[in-house]
Design a protein around this ligand. Structure first.
Ligand SMILES: [Zn+2]
Length: 326
């Protein structure tokens, strides 16, 4: 058995010494892509108003979403109800205990033609600069109400769409305690031999680099990143999938895709168990001055940008899961 050591950083911690790679898709190449009419029709349904409402409510309804606060399981209950209100029916808690804290991941299943599953995930907990501060106001708008809202809106758009793959929408607690929830859930997935096709993680997708609409697509690039890169057999599929997302970004959104490494978020426990992972990230740790503070508020987010990120996820899923054959 491989031994999984605890990770030193979360959200996002030290950036590895790996350069960001600008998109390789030229205007000439972009002009050769054919838009899918059905995907176009679904893009029009993605709602900035709904996304903004989810972020506003998530950040204002609970003083903090710290995983050691008394509010954390109230947030889980609230999220479960949101999935129910969307119209999903297969929603449950994945309960776990860490350091005597009884916590929940929120799982919403959408059955496809096969049991092969794409996991779309984000963490719903928040934190302050002082990681153990479970009392101070920690609205966590960028980190990570933004990612949660993208997951909820994607669940909304895909509700009625028939897909080849099953989709699991997963919201984790304990990310800021070094991926408590994701660690427990990745092991649960492995123990139950779930057939996971891809894991897509959303952690900080609301605060774009100033004046730009750049999104970093994080992929698994081998052993260059030690905290989150233990398996090598999953690297190529991650790179290929990231490239597919890059194409989708150029065809269906106004985002400019940059490719970067996976590190410091909930995909790490999945990567460590061999699953194919990617993530989306706004580079907010370096750009957002409100990161891990009481000032990480919805008023500082770019709701249009988050809407574009949601379109990127929805179009990626539609492209991948409507035509899947394996
Ligand atoms: Zn985060």
């Amino acid at each position: 058995m491989k031994e999984y050591k605890p990770y030193l950083h979360s959200c996002k911690g030290d950036r590895p010494e790996v350069p960001l790679v600008p998109s390789e898709i030229t205007q000439a190449k972009k002009a050769t892509y054919v838009r899918d009419k059905f995907i176009d029709s679904q893009m029009e349904l993605v709602s900035k108003t709904r996304i903004e409402a989810w972020i506003n409510r998530l950040t204002s309804s609970f003083p903090t979403r710290h995983s050691k606060s008394r509010f954390i399981n109230q947030v889980a209950e609230w999220l479960k109800i949101e999935f129910e209100n969307i119209g999903h029916t297969n929603i449950y808690f994945h309960d776990y205990t860490k350091s005597n804290y009884q916590l929940k991941n929120v799982i919403c299943n959408k059955q496809g033609k096969t049991d092969k599953v794409i996991i779309i995930c984000a963490h719903y907990d928040s934190r302050m600069k002082e990681r153990e501060d479970a009392e101070s106001s920690a609205p966590g708008a960028d980190d990570n109400a933004s990612g949660v809202a993208v997951v909820l809106e994607t669940a909304q758009i895909l509700l009625q769409v028939d897909l080849h793959y099953s989709i699991q929408f997963v919201l984790f607690s304990g990310e800021e305690q070094d991926y408590w929830g994701a660690e427990e859930y990745a092991q649960y997935v492995k123990d139950n031999t779930m057939d996971v096709h891809r894991v897509i993680n959303l952690d900080m997708v609301g605060y774009p680099p100033l004046g730009q609409q750049n999104i970093t697509i994080e992929r698994d690039i081998g052993n260059t990143v030690t905290p989150c890169n233990r398996v090598s057999s999953n690297d190529n599929d991650s790179e290929t999938f990231a490239h597919s997302m890059e194409e989708v970004a150029s065809v269906y959104t106004n985002l400019t895709a940059i490719k970067g490494p996976i590190y410091g978020s909930d995909y790490c426990p999945f990567e460590n168990r061999g699953y194919v992972v990617t993530g989306l990230y706004d580079e907010g740790q370096d750009n957002n001055p409100h990161y891990h503070s009481s000032d990480d508020l919805p008023s500082d987010l770019d709701m249009g940008y988050i809407t574009s990120v949601t379109k990127l996820i929805v179009a990626t899923i539609l492209k991948e899961a409507r035509t899947g054959t394996s």
